[in-house]
Design a protein around this ligand. Structure first.
Ligand code: CP
Length: 467
């Protein structure tokens, strides 16, 4: 069965662990003497296959490590590193490009500046498509490298305290990573640069879709009093999702949260510090750069960081000092090196070169689909907002039911928004977005506001009859 990797949720926990086990095998068989994280030589199980890398944005690690992985597996590589040299420069759409490239390769890796662009490619392709980063949305293969590094450094992922540092708003590696950490039960400690916190829709998904519990300053007690760690919230994953249990906060008080039992010293140490650079290319205004925090030797003197791995997806700019490169806690070059065995294992999985790595697909959560042009994705970076792609794409959303209203999640860029008005074609009536039906009726129509509903010929609902 054809499988793609567009978001980290396209792989189950079992599949991720199976890919990690195969990466372990590759390292055990092929590591360079004295450099146990570095692959050398060949294991030619993909010699009949061709990988295409189609990069519409700059890259060093992701493209080279994918190409190295394919060459190490004995396969061939077609590479486009500059969109100016493809027919995208002449206005060719993604849908057309992918339906051409699929004739030349068996697997394609795409990086694109628009959020959701790789989902479009996957929708049109009949070969596996891998997302190598789509705008500020996700970078799932970086997350595989990050989780793999953490697991090798720390032995396991569950209950690790992982600080996320820097530009959490625009950093696509962070967005994939928080979902991965939540799914494997690590504790997520956001430490954003000023004004660059996790996007609201990402925070809402952590709570709603991954069963995370947000611990506040009150729950965290002494942990938030460290000047170096001005923590507002920590996301923890219950041991048994959906189970209400008595939560004891670190001050020893009982709290009626849906959650977990945390040991008293749960935050005595930071297991990993994941540093990210300011994503200037995604910011119209880069004033925040002046206040951007720096991780350096001085910072690492904090006793809580004594055994903390310092990670970074790289490239670094000025947010991380060169003075820590020789520190044994600095694992970012090892993390980049693991890109080869992890991507070799992923290629083997998606090309079905090894059995037992992938399972039949079971979506994590089922949502109804909304596919009408009465609403548009509100994210200006979404692929559906781009002139070239809008010509042929129909907006598509998942209807996510929250406590009091319906939320639309764009099926491409996964941004969420709340349409102001809901209506029904059977009655031609509309009312404010509020949960009136569960599940949503089949003839549901959503509008951004009343004016749009009126313009479409709908009338306000009168409160004696149901919608
Ligand atoms: N980590 C990462 O995506 O690096 P590149 O941009 O060099 O591929």
């Amino acid at each position: 069965m054809l499988r793609h990797l567009v978001t980290i949720d396209d792989l189950s926990e079992f599949e991720i662990q199976a890919i990690f086990s195969l990466a372990d095998e590759y390292l055990a068989q092929m590591a360079t003497p004295d450099k146990p994280h570095r692959i050398r030589g060949r294991n030619p199980i993909a010699q009949d296959f061709v990988l295409a890398t189609l990069f519409y944005e700059a890259s060093t690690r992701t493209r080279f490590s994918f190409e190295s992985a394919m060459l190490r597996l004995g396969g061939q590589v077609l590479s486009s590193a500059d969109p100016k040299t493809t027919s995208a420069a002449k206005g060719e759409t993604l849908a057309d490009t992918i339906r051409v490239v699929e004739n030349y390769a068996d697997l394609v890796v795409i990086r694109h500046p628009c959020e959701g662009a790789v989902r479009v490619a996957a929708d049109y392709a009949d070969i596996p498509v891998i997302n190598a980063g789509d705008g500020g949305h996700e970078h799932p293969t970086q997350t595989l490298c990050d989780l793999y590094t953490l697991q090798r450094e720390k032995g396991a992922l569950r209950n690790l305290n992982v600080v996320l540092w820097g530009d959490l708003k625009h950093g696509r590696t962070v967005h994939s990573l928080v979902y991965g950490l939540a799914r494997f039960g690590a504790r997520i400690i956001p430490l954003p640069a000023e004004g660059l916190g996790l996007p609201e829709h990402v925070c809402r998904r952590l709570l709603r879709d991954y069963d995370c519990v947000p611990l506040s300053k009150r729950d965290l007690g002494d942990f938030t009093s460290h000047d170096e760690f001005p923590v507002d919230v920590v996301y923890v994953t219950p041991d048994k999702p959906h189970q209400r249990s008595l939560f004891t906060n670190v001050q020893g008080e009982e709290s009626d949260l849906l959650g977990v039992h945390l040991p008293q010293n749960a935050f005595a140490r930071i297991d990993a510090c994941y540093v990210t650079r300011l994503q200037k290319e995604r910011m119209p205004n880069v004033a925040a750069a002046e206040a951007y925090p720096i991780v350096n030797r001085e910072f690492l003197k904090n006793p809580m960081l004594k055994k903390s791995s310092v990670m970074h997806p790289l490239p670094r700019v000025s947010e991380m000092g060169y003075d820590i490169d020789d520190d044994e806690r600095a694992v970012y070059f090892k993390q980049a090196s693991y890109g080869v065995p992890v991507r070799m294992a992923l290629i083997a999985a998606l090309l079905n070169l090894k059995s037992g790595l992938l399972q039949p697909v079971h979506p994590r959560k089922k949502h109804a689909v909304y596919e009408q042009r009465t609403v548009a994705c509100e994210n200006p970076q979404c692929v559906t907002a781009q002139e070239s792609e809008r010509r042929y794409l129909t907006p598509r959303f998942w209807i996510v039911v929250e406590d009091e209203h319906l939320v639309l999640r764009c099926a491409y860029c996964e941004h969420e928004f709340v349409p102001g008005v809901m209506a029904r074609t059977s009655t031609k009536k509309f009312m404010p977005n509020a949960l009136d039906h569960d599940p949503p009726p089949a003839d549901l129509v959503l509008f951004p506001d009343e004016a749009a509903a009126l313009a479409a010929g709908f009338q306000p609902y009168k409160y004696k009859t149901r919608l």
